[in-house]
Unconditional design. Structure first.
Length: 113
């Protein structure tokens, strides 16, 4: 996609073609699926020792990321590679929602769709 800028010279408008910067959606504006394809428990807190609130089926897609601890840095996410995004998820716990269920999972089980 080409972005355009308008520059005025002596009252004359000139349009210059310039490439637009490509950005991915923020981590909270996309949906996720499970990496391994196996069922994953939903926890009541951001710990694998917390009570289970249910589970995500192995084929779950359309998982909504509500927030993560630590917050995902937007610049690193948006301008990072897929591998960078996966590393950012690997080190966090995230609250997710799926078909009315809300709970916490390790970010290492999630992958952007």
């Amino acid at each position: 996609m080409i972005g355009f800028r308008m520059v005025a010279f002596s009252g004359l408008a000139v349009i210059l073609a310039a490439p637009a910067l490509a950005q991915s959606a923020s981590p909270y504006d996309m949906t996720y699926k499970l990496r391994a394809g196996a069922a994953v428990p939903l926890y009541a807190d951001m710990s694998d020792k917390a009570a289970h609130k249910g589970s995500l089926p192995g084929d779950a897609k359309g998982i909504v990321l509500r927030w993560c601890r630590d917050e995902i840095p937007f610049g690193s996410w948006q301008f990072g590679s897929h591998a960078t995004q996966m590393k950012l998820l690997d080190t966090r716990w995230c609250e997710v929602s799926f078909k009315g269920l809300v709970g916490d999972v390790p970010g290492s089980v999630l992958e952007p769709q």
